[in-house]
Design a protein. Structure first.
Length: 107
């Protein structure tokens, strides 16, 4: 079974832990960067779950992973208690635009 990890604020991490996911609660972006680095170094997780806000803050770290072209780990992004920010939609828009070689328009 693929390893799944979640990096999130304490209350969200606890919910994932109760669901059987290896959870890494964080209090700030510095902790998130440290934990993400450790998770990537260990290499035992195929899926890393982040909140939209953390995904935005960890953009550079995620880009380095994606540039390796290995396909793993996969980053799954979800909204936090404050609701969706639209970050994931923008990321998907950019990836699809890059893939097809043309800027897509939202309507």
């Amino acid at each position: 079974m693929a390893g799944v990890a979640v990096i999130a604020e304490k209350h969200l991490a606890t919910g994932f832990r109760l669901a059987g996911v290896e959870a890494f609660p964080i209090e700030n972006i510095k902790e998130a960067k440290t934990i993400l680095s450790r998770i990537l170094t260990e290499g035992k997780h195929d899926i890393i779950i982040l909140t939209e806000r953390l995904s935005k803050e960890l953009h550079d770290e995620k880009a380095k992973v994606l540039s390796r072209g290995k396909g793993k780990p996969i980053f799954a992004i979800f909204p936090d208690f404050h609701g969706p920010t639209g970050q994931r939609t923008r990321e998907l828009h950019d990836l699809i635009s890059e893939s097809v070689g043309a800027e897509l328009k939202f309507e």
